[in-house]
Design a protein around this ligand. Sequence first.
Ligand SMILES: CC(C)=CCC/C(C)=C/CC/C(C)=C/COP(=O)(O)OP(=O)(O)O
Length: 303
Amino acid sequence: MAFSLHFQQLFHSPTTFPSQPKPPTTLLTPLKLPPTPSLPLLAIAQNASLSNIDSTEKVVLPLQLKREMMPKHVAVIMDGNRRWAKMRGFPVALGYEAGIRAVRKLIELCGNWGIGVLTLFAFSSDNWLRPKVEVDLLMGLFERVLKDELEKFARAGIRISIIGDTSMLPKSLQELIDKAVKTTKENSQLHVVVAVNYSGQYDVVQACQTIAQKVKDGIIEPGDISSFLVEQELQTNCTDFPCPDLLIRTSGELRLSNFLLWQLAYAELFFSHSHWPDFGEAEFLEALCSFQQRQRRYGRQGS
Ligand SMILES: CC(C)=CCC/C(C)=C/CC/C(C)=C/COP(=O)(O)OP(=O)(O)O
């Protein structure tokens, strides 16, 4: 069975939300897209498979995208769930439910389009400052997603990893995380890395602590410390491509909010006006088209 079919079938979500016209706001105005026929009409099977996908499987891309220019690692700050809900007069919980629907859709698209790693910023270490009821709501949602979807993730060949300090999470969630990580650790179709109680600054600090200990123990010399060595100690070292090629942040905010600070050094940034629950295929395609138009120079002279 083709890889794309796996994902479409496994992640079809029946979730519906009360219909209500979108409020007229500039934040919700979609950006201008190149004309986008529906995926089945324009999709072509590009026969060569990507290295992180089983060679018997096909990656099906929309015509606008070039296979050889696809990012290997996409990171996302899923902002605007509460605003999405408030603008519709819905409870905050519904905003997060809609956010989870968008997560499912993005996982499906990354799987179908041959992206190797997807890192999602689900809970920042600063988010503990939110009202307890909201923190509890988010923790409950994470638990529910892991309980309900683990089998589907595992069957679709998805590997799940968590970055961040999980020791502060509810014990029941920690157990579900351990199970998800263990159950999926041999999977290689798509690596979904979820940042929970994550701080980019702390990630660098903990890497420094580990390296300092190695110096103290005489394992390495201070002069051995390099970018390569630091990167090896960062939590994203759990993936084959620790540094995202593309960072997407939704809902119009133009900041990094302490996410993957080291790892984003050379990432291309894409800021979407859509709130996270409205971020779907058209919006992702727009981000990828923008990415493929960038000239990535990594500090070198341009042509
Ligand atoms: C399992 C899994 C990966 C679940 C993801 C659920 C999800 C969408 C989490 C986003 C969490 C979050 C703190 C978003 C930031 O702003 P905000 O959305 O709170 O809202 P605001 O910026 O409008 O205030």
